[in-house]
Design a protein around this ligand. Structure first.
Ligand code: URA
Length: 481
C-alpha cells in the first residue's frame, strides 16, 4: 500500500468550495486517491488548513474534464454524513479522468455508493425544505424576523439555505441546527458554526396551522406506513402538527365508519348544469390517480438524474378535470425556482397566446413533458439544455398519470419534446403545425411550436407568424371542446 503523502484539512463551513479547490490541485499534480488523507479541520485541531502541501498551484478550469452530472453528484456526496464524504468523490473524479464510461457503469461500487449517498442527501434536503417550521421572534429593525430549529442527518445547511433565501427574501430569518446556522438578514445569507437553539416561541399562527392540518387530514386516505416514510418520526418533535397525529390516526377508523354511514350529499346545482358537457369516462387508464399522491410522487421523483441539479420538480397546474391539457418541454430557470410551469418569458408568450385565442389559461391544465429543469452552468448562469430521450422517456410516466388524472379531451403539444412525449414523434414540427394527431394516451393532440421559439426568432415578422400559429392551435383546441 502506498503511504499517505498529502493531508487535506477542510473547514467546517465552506467545505465544498475548499474541497473543489484542493481536489483540483491534487488532480493537476496527479496525486492518486490512496495518497490523500482528507480530514475536517475541527477533527484535527492544531493542523493548518490544506495540511503539509500548501503549494497547490493555481489552476485554470479547462485543465481537466469532468462530466457535469458527476460534479452534481459529488456536490451531494460532500454533504453526506459519512467518513468517506471527501475521499470517495476524489476517487470518483480521479477515475473519471481515465475511465470514460465510469459514470454510466451501474455495477461500479464507487459510482453505486456515490448515487446512494446523493439520494440520501437529496432526501435530507427535501425534508429540510418540507419540515423547517419558523416561529416569529422579536425584530430589531423594520423587517419581520423568524427562527427555526432543524436537525438534519447530513451537512446540508449551506447547500439548502439558498432555497429559503429565495423563498423568504422579504423577511429576516435564521435556521439553527446542531452543527451551525444559516442566517439571512436583508436578503444576505451567511453561515456560522455557532449555534443557538431558539427558545420555545409561542407563535399565534401555530394554532391556525394545527386547525388547518386537522381539517385537511383525510381519515379515508390514511396510510400509516406511507405517512411515516414521508414524515419520519425523528422530525416530529419540531413539528407543531405532529402532536395531533396519534389522535388523528387513532380516530381515523371511527371517522371513516361515520363517513360511510352518513347520507350521500347532493351535487351542487352548478355541477348538475355541467353534466351534459362532461367528458367521456376513462380515456387514459381506468383509475384516475389521487392528485395529492401524484404531486408528491412527482416532487420526490428520482427516475433520472435531472433531479440532482434542479431546485424542485415542477408539477402540472390546472383544474383536475380540464378539457384541454397544454404540454410544454420542461421548466425553465424561473419555473424551477417558482415550482410552477410557464411563469417565465416563454410563459408570458403563452399567456399572450391564450388571450389572443380567447381561452382562459386557468381553465386548462398546463404541464411539461419533463418535470425537472435541465441546465448547465455558464459562470453563475443556468443555461437551458434540451432534455434527452432517456429523460423524456423516464418522465413520460408522470405525463401519463397526469393525463389519467385530468382526462383532457384534447392535448396541445408545444414543440418537439412535447410532441415526442405525447405522440412518440418529435420530428418536423413546422410541417405538422396545427395538425391534429393521435396521442399515445388516448385523446387527440394538436401539434404546434413552442412559445420559446418566438423569443429566439430574430425577425419580428417570423416571430409574429409563430405567435399567430400558437394562438391558432389554442383556439382550435378551445373550439374542439
Ligand atoms: N418552457 C417550457 O416548456 N415549460 C415551462 O414551464 C417553461 C418554459
Amino acid at each position: 500500500m502506498s503511504a499517505v503523502l498529502e493531508r487535506v484539512l477542510l473547514p467546517r463551513l465552506g467545505f465544498a468550495a475548499a474541497w473543489r479547490e484542493a481536489a483540483r490541485g491534487l488532480l493537476l499534480r496527479r496525486v492518486p486517491p490512496e495518497q490523500v488523507d482528507w480530514q475536517r479541520a475541527d477533527d484535527s485541531p492544531g493542523l493548518p488548513l490544506f495540511g503539509a502541501n500548501a503549494d497547490t498551484p493555481v489552476i485554470g478550469d479547462e485543465e481537466f474534464r469532468m462530466p457535469r452530472v458527476l460534479l452534481g453528484l459529488i456536490e451531494d456526496v460532500l454533504c453526506a454524513n459519512v467518513p468517506d464524504r471527501f475521499s470517495l468523490p476524489y476517487r470518483a473524479v480521479w477515475r473519471a479522468q481515465a475511465e470514460r464510461h465510469l459514470l454510466g457503469d451501474e455495477s461500479d461500487p464507487d459510482m453505486a455508493r456515490v448515487r446512494v449517498l446523493s439520494k440520501l442527501v437529496h432526501r435530507d434536503a427535501h425534508k429540510m425544505k418540507a419540515f423547517v417550521r419558523f416561529c416569529e421572534e422579536a425584530s430589531h429593525g423594520d423587517r419581520r424576523a423568524f427562527a427555526a430549529w432543524f436537525e438534519p442527518d447530513h451537512f446540508i445547511v449551506e447547500a439548502t439555505a439558498p432555497f429559503f433565501a429565495r423563498r423568504f427574501g422579504d423577511v429576516d430569518w435564521r435556521i439553527e441546527t446542531p452543527s451551525g446556522c444559516a442566517v439571512c438578514t436583508n436578503g444576505a445569507l451567511r453561515f456560522s458554526a455557532e449555534t443557538q437553539k431558539p427558545a420555545a416561541l409561542a407563535d399565534p399562527t401555530e394554532d391556525l396551522w394545527r386547525t388547518y392540518y386537522t381539517n385537511i387530514f383525510n381519515p379515508a386516505r390514511l396510510k400509516v406506513k406511507a405517512m411515516q416514510s414521508e414524515m419520519p418520526k425523528k422530525y416530529w418533535k419540531n413539528l407543531p402538527e405532529a402532536g395531533l397525529i396519534p389522535g388523528l390516526v387513532a380516530s381515523a377508523e371511527q371517522r371513516v365508519i361515520a363517513m360511510r354511514g352518513a347520507e350521500a350529499t347532493l351535487p351542487a346545482a352548478r355541477s348538475l348544469r355541467m353534466e351534459p358537457y362532461q367528458q367521456p369516462a376513462a380515456m387514459a387508464g381506468d383509475v384516475a390517480p389521487d392528485r395529492r399522491d401524484l404531486e408528491q410522487q412527482i416532487l420526490d421523483c428520482t427516475r433520472c438524474l435531472l433531479h440532482c441539479n434542479a431546485t424542485q420538480a415542477v408539477r402540472g397546474e390546472g383544474p383536475d378535470r380540464a378539457a384541454i391539457m397544454v404540454v410544454g418541454e420542461q421548466p425553465g430557470d424561473q419555473e424551477d425556482l417558482a415550482g410552477s410551469p410557464f411563469v417565465g418569458p416563454a410563459g408570458r408568450e403563452l399567456d399572450a397566446a391564450f388571450a389572443a385565442a380567447g381561452l382562459d389559461r386557468a381553465s386548462t391544465f398546463v404541464t411539461n413533458a419533463v418535470k425537472h429543469f435541465k441546465h448547465s452552468m455558464r459562470g453563475k448562469r443556468r443555461i437551458h439544455e434540451r432534455p434527452g430521450i432517456s429523460e423524456i422517456v423516464a418522465c413520460k410516466w408522470w405525463l401519463e398519470q397526469e393525463v389519467a388524472l385530468v382526462r383532457p379531451r384534447i392535448i396541445v403539444a408545444l414543440g418537439a419534446t412535447a410532441s415526442l412525449a405525447v405522440i412518440g414523434n418529435g420530428t418536423a414540427i413546422t410541417a405538422r403545425q396545427g395538425q391534429i394527431e393521435q396521442s399515445l394516451f388516448g385523446p387527440p393532440v394538436i401539434v404546434t411550436g413552442h412559445p420559446a421559439a418566438i423569443l429566439r426568432m430574430p425577425e419580428a415578422a417570423h416571430a409574429d407568424r409563430l405567435r399567430h400559429e400558437l394562438a391558432g392551435a389554442l383556439r382550435t383546441a378551445s373550439r374542439a371542446v
